[in-house]
Design a protein around this ligand. Structure first.
Ligand code: 5CA
Ligand code: ZN
Length: 409
């Protein structure tokens, strides 16, 4: 699949800083030291009802990871998937009486437009589940041969007992896992499973549903977690730097993905850090496609809201916080954007040397965007109350905000 065009990332004076980021698995801060090529996998959308503010907030967080790395002069290998076949997509297409392929294509196209408008840097590899199927089948066959997977009435399940590290991403106890599994696509109550938590790797073809050649597995379609594992192993390999997504993916998705990969390779860990963004809510409830309480990037764009203001709204919240989308948070961002633009449009201003370092340090410190915005606000206030005579300063501020936070002033 093609991704979307990259906006330019200006180079900044001085030296970037290594990222220290909160890792869900250890529950603490890790300093990532990726080497010259940093590797990141971020779970992509299931393409129906895209792109809502929750999606945008999550992709904003990982765009910042990429920008911090680019500032340290590293290359970034960023991989993202599109879950272009899965139960919720098929259910939505059936509900609306439309073709599931067309629905996925339409929503993926809209997502690309939204990501471009928000200046999110594209992944190097943007891979659909459907196009990954030929690579998924042999992985499942290997798990079956190794005794890490079993057949239940034609469906193939992964045995969580096959990975000695199972449970080390979420650190949840069995009962919490069981409840989340039932809520998020699993089937803990299906009779005949070895462990109620075991997730499906391959679903045998069902009447009226699409299916693909599964070689020795028979016709069917892949489970959700193995999709991301196959794509990540193919393009990044084991031990990549960051596995990213929203906090609703901690369990089962990222727990199971890590276990699939660890059982397949005998290596540990799948990712060096598991990084999760908080949930964006609307009217007190998590914004979600299934509930339909959504604010869309495309709808705001159509109504004339500047994408840079949408991005500033996201940046005003720490990525790990759960927060509520309101007209008020957007209004504040629109006002801030106006003030920042006026401040950098003057021919000179107060020195911006300290500001570059403050923004860098704030982002390197677990992507502390509220602190980064406060640093820019301080420079803008100085500019408003008399300014200064440094002719390079407005340009340096613009480039800093663009390079590190993706906001074009
Ligand atoms: N296709 C799978 C991942 S492989 C999926 O979860 N798709 S999704 O469309 O439901 O979500 C895409 C990304 O947005 C995921 O990382 C998810 O955690 C994140 N996300 C979904 N809803 C919200 C929300 N309300 N707030 C923040 N992030 C969200
Ligand atoms: Zn995923």
């Amino acid at each position: 699949m093609h991704a979307w065009p990259a906006s330019e990332v200006p180079a900044l004076p001085g030296k970037g800083r290594d990222l220290r980021i909160h890792d869900t698995a250890t529950g603490g801060r890790v300093t990532l030291d990726p080497g010259p090529v940093a590797r990141i996998y971020v779970c992509g959308i299931t393409p129906y009802d895209a792109t809502h503010m929750g999606h945008a907030a999550t992709y904003n967080a990982f765009d910042l990871v990429q920008r911090v790395w680019l500032d340290t002069k590293r290359q970034v290998h960023y991989v993202q998937n599109v879950t272009d076949v899965d139960d919720p997509l098929l259910e939505r297409a059936a509900r609306d009486g439309i073709d599931w392929v067309g629905l996925a294509e339409r929503e993926t196209a809209l997502f690309r437009e939204d990501m471009t408008a928000l200046r999110m840097l594209p992944p190097r590899h943007y891979i659909g589940a459907v196009e990954a199927i030929p690579g998924i089948v042999p992985l499942i066959e290997r798990l079956v041969s190794a005794g890490a997977a079993y057949d239940l009435e034609g469906d193939i399940y992964f045995s969580v007992e096959a990975d000695p590290h199972f449970g080390e991403v979420s650190n949840y106890d069995h009962e919490v896992m069981r409840a989340l599994s039932a809520e998020r696509g699993g089937d803990p109550d299906r009779p005949g499973k070895k462990n109620p938590l075991d997730p499906m790797l391959w679903m045998a073809a069902r009447d009226g549903e699409p299916s693909w050649d599964g070689a020795s597995l028979g016709p069917g379609r892949p489970g959700w977690h193995i999709e991301c594992v196959a794509i990540a192993l193919d393009h990044l390999g084991m031990g990549f730097d960051v596995q990213g997504g929203g906090s609703d993916l901690v369990f089962p998705h990222h727990e199971m993905g890590a276990s699939h990969a660890q059982a397949l390779t005998g290596e540990h860990p799948f990712a060096k850090a598991y990084v999760h963004a908080g949930m964006v809510a609307l009217n007190g409830e998590k914004m979600s496609k299934s509930k339909g309480n959504l604010v869309f990037v495309s709808a705001l764009r159509r109504s004339g809201v500047d994408p840079a203001a949408i991005r500033l709204t996201l940046l005003a919240h720490h990525y790990r916080a759960d927060w509520e989308w309101t007209d008020e948070v957007l209004r504040e961002a629109v006002e801030r954007l106006g003030r920042w633009r006026a401040a950098v449009s003057r021919p000179d201003g107060p020195s911006a040397e300290a500001l570059v370092e403050e923004v860098r340090e704030a982002l390197a410190d677990d992507l502390d965007t509220p602190r980064a915005l406060a640093a820019v606000d301080r420079w803008v206030s100085l500019q408003e109350s008399g300014g200064g005579t440094d002719e390079s300063a407005p340009g340096v501020v613009s480039r800093t905000v663009d390079a590190l936070m993706g906001v074009a002033l």
